[in-house]
Design a protein around this ligand. Structure first.
Ligand SMILES: Cc1cc2nc3c(=O)[nH]c(=O)nc-3n(C[C@H](O)[C@H](O)[C@H](O)COP(=O)(O)OP(=O)(O)OC[C@H]3O[C@@H](n4cnc5c(N)ncnc54)[C@H](O)[C@@H]3O)c2cc1C
Length: 438
């Protein structure tokens, strides 16, 4: 099975999510020109959550998505709802180092709040997206387990309330039925969900509050005209007081300054046939989401219909593997050899936006053009936080937005031509370290 990799594609990828989605009826097409307070470009979690936060605050919003809502990383990822505002910001001492003691607590709290936004909206808007709580970080060696224990202690020291538990080698098997791990740490405040149903549910909620959501609307040009931003698509135009750019790894060259700071990296997932109850219970007895600690990490979880969704294999070459099953299934079998004869029903992949310092990028490219991108493989929950920061700033309180916007995000070295091959080289180095046990 291969990835359809055309950037302009009105079909959703052939994923488990698209095959089991609640509502594929779609959203409208914009014909002609309109004027609104805020135009959002991109219909993933960043854009849809921005639309919902802003609609909740009473703004007149139009969201334009070049393909379908949830078409990008948001509707096709591993579905792991993990706290911490970005992979580098789950550890308090790292946060203090980046933001200084004065702002550290505010940023740390965002790592908890981002998950709360999802939990609150699922409840408030009655979004049917199989949200389940329970997550485990898996260690393959002592040094990893030690780091996980420290991260747990750091969370507790900050007053993190959700239950966490350190698991030894025997206990971890009661959570993930594999011989691969020497321990782990569970977290009952993190979990997993059907991400396509979540993003579509949020978009419907925004629509009910008055946001106008348009598909098949690719923005080809932006320009500023006095106090307005003109957002041009092939067949129509939106004039807005403010624009939010939420195209992330798929934004391409629309704004070169943003493109130079986000690198599209591929990640790939297989979904098995539904497993019989005994087998499902043997491999994932607690039904948690799980990740290991390597750079080229494995992530996996069971769906409610007992399929194993198993993902990993980060690629930085800009090219998708020729055959995803052939590339990902061997990794799955290293964890669960008993699945050797299990059929793979779906295989897909997509691009996530990686930033050089792995801290989510939030800011402005002009006085009235906001952006958020680069969650580095850890975006389901953090997207919701970035969107809230932008909504707060637009509503007149930029205090939290400014803390994030003040972080310097260097461009990737190598320019347009060489940054992808340079990162692929860097990744090969980390893979080698993973293989050698660091
Ligand atoms: C395979 C995979 C697995 C992952 N697993 C996890 C996970 O388990 N947990 C986790 O936390 N994170 C995970 N991630 C990362 C996470 O999915 C992303 O960080 C997050 O979804 C990014 O959301 P976004 O809205 O910023 O971008 P996207 O969801 O990529 O949305 C951007 C949208 O903008 C649109 N767009 C771009 N340019 C234009 C334009 N010019 N005009 C109009 N529209 C435009 C695109 O079509 C796209 O729909 C994974 C990513 C991938 C690819």
């Amino acid at each position: 099975m291969r990835v359809r990799d055309s950037i302009h594609d009105d079909r959703l990828p052939n994923s488990y999510y698209a095959a089991t989605c609640n509502d594929l009826s779609g959203f409208g097409r914009l014909e002609g020109n309109i004027k609104v307070d805020i135009c959002i470009v991109g219909g993933g979690f960043t854009g849809v959550a921005a639309a919902l936060h802003l609609a909740e605050r009473g703004y007149e919003v139009a969201l334009v998505e070049q393909n379908r809502i949830g078409w990008g990383a948001s509707g096709r990822n591993g579905g792991q709802v993990i706290g911490g505002y970005g992979p580098e910001l789950s550890n308090f001492s790292k946060i203090e180092k980046t933001f200084g003691a004065g702002n550290a607590n505010t940023v740390w709290k965002m790592g908890v709040e981002c998950v709360d936004i999802i939990a609150d909206w699922v409840k408030k808007y009655d979004i049917d997206c199989d949200l389940r709580w329970g997550y485990v970080d898996l260690a393959m060696k002592e040094s990893e387990l030690e780091e996980l224990k420290q991260a747990k202690a750091a969370l507790e020291a900050q007053g993190y309330a959700a239950e966490q538990k350190v698991l030894n080698a025997d206990e971890v098997k009661a959570c993930v039925g594999s011989d691969r791990y020497i321990g782990g740490v569970t977290n009952m405040g993190w979990g997993h969900c059907h991400v396509l149903n979540l993003v579509l549910g949020e978009a419907r909620a925004a629509e009910r509050l008055g946001a106008r959501i348009f598909e098949d609307a690719r923005v080809s040009k932006l320009h500023i005209d006095e106090d307005n931003v003109i957002v041009d698509m092939d067949h129509c135009r939106v004039t807005a007081n403010k624009v939010v750019l939420a195209g992330n790894a798929y934004l391409g060259k629309l704004v070169p300054k943003l493109a130079s700071r986000v690198l599209p990296a591929g990640s790939y997932i297989v979904a098995t046939e539904p497993l019989d109850a005994g087998l499902a219970d043997k491999i994932m007895p607690m039904g948690f989401a799980a990740c290991d600690q390597r750079w080229a990490l494995d992530y996996f979880r069971l769906t409610p219909d007992r399929r194993l969704l198993f993902g990993g294999l980060a690629t930085y070459s800009g090219r998708h593997p020729h055959d995803i099953v052939a590339a990902v299934k061997p990794n799955m079998l290293k964890v669960f050899p008993e699945l050797i004869h299990t059929r793979i029903d779906y295989a897909w992949g997509g691009y996530m936006g990686i930033g050089l310092n792995r801290i989510p990028q939030v800011g402005k490219v002009a006085e009235n053009i906001y952006f958020a991108q680069a969650y580095s493989g850890h975006g389901v929950a953090p997207t919701h936080m970035s969107a809230r920061l932008i909504a707060e700033a637009i509503s007149g309180d930029a205090s939290r937005f400014d803390i994030m916007a003040n972080v310097k995000h260097p461009p990737f070295p190598g320019g347009q031509l060489f940054r992808q091959p340079m990162l692929a080289l860097g990744m090969a180095y980390y893979r080698m370290k993973d293989a050698m046990g660091r």
